[in-house]
Design a protein around this ligand. Structure first.
Ligand SMILES: *[C@@H]1O[C@H](CO)[C@@H](O)[C@H](O)[C@H]1NC(C)=O
Length: 189
């Protein structure tokens, strides 16, 4: 008898857990049919840190950063570059490629080189292959550390929020080429 009660209890408990994890289908005709509350009990938020090196290559036959808007002034203010910059594990361009930074940056400050960065980091290797992180922020390139918000993500980075710290590794003022270390701290599910 006790065993039967225990099994019945476990059966009912299992069914209710399964049912509570299924999104409810709204019934037709109600005004708020299109809004469905989902359970987030089973979701465990994670904090991930990763470090990559971002290569802005403006020189040579295959630049990954190209000027698409020219500044109308001689200060550079208003210039826009479109990028498809390699992201590598180590500071050398020849080190393992783990993704690309796709987007653009614009010279948005009249007082200094202060960039508006708008980029998606697309991971192309390992567990996170195909997942993206979106960074949008201000980058005063002559500061030692620049912090930019992570405002979202996709794939394994759904619901992402966090921040990125950028530190210049090397910069060549003749060619415009630069390598920047990015440390990214991101909360996601
Ligand atoms: C990443 O995913 C793409 C598309 O699914 C696949 O073609 C590629 O081989 C994957 N790369 C690695 C290193 O797993």
């Amino acid at each position: 008898m006790a065993k039967f009660l225990l099994y019945s209890f476990l059966f009912i408990a299992t069914i209710s857990i399964i049912l509570s994890s299924i999104p409810h289908k709204a019934t037709a005709g109600e005004a708020d049919d299109f809004l469905v509350k989902l359970q987030r009990k089973q979701l465990q938020e994670k904090l991930t840190h990763f470090r990559v090196y971002w290569h802005d290559i403006q020189s040579g036959h295959a630049p990954t950063s190209v000027q698409i808007v020219k500044s109308p002034t001689n200060t550079g203010f208003g210039q826009v570059n479109m990028i498809d910059n390699p992201l590598t594990l180590g500071p050398e361009l020849s080190s393992k490629l783990v993704g690309k930074a796709q987007g653009f940056y614009a010279l948005a400050s009249q007082e200094e080189i202060g960039l508006l960065m708008t980029m998606n980091f697309v991971i192309t290797d390992g567990k996170y292959n195909g997942s993206t992180i979106t960074i949008l922020g201000r980058n005063a390139v002559f500061n030692h550390v620049r912090e930019m918000p992570v405002i979202g993500g996709s794939g394994l980075f759904r619901f992402a929020r966090g921040y990125a710290e950028a530190r210049t590794h090397t910069a060549n003022f003749k060619t415009g080429d630069a390598t920047v270390e990015y440390n990214i701290y991101v909360m996601h599910y």
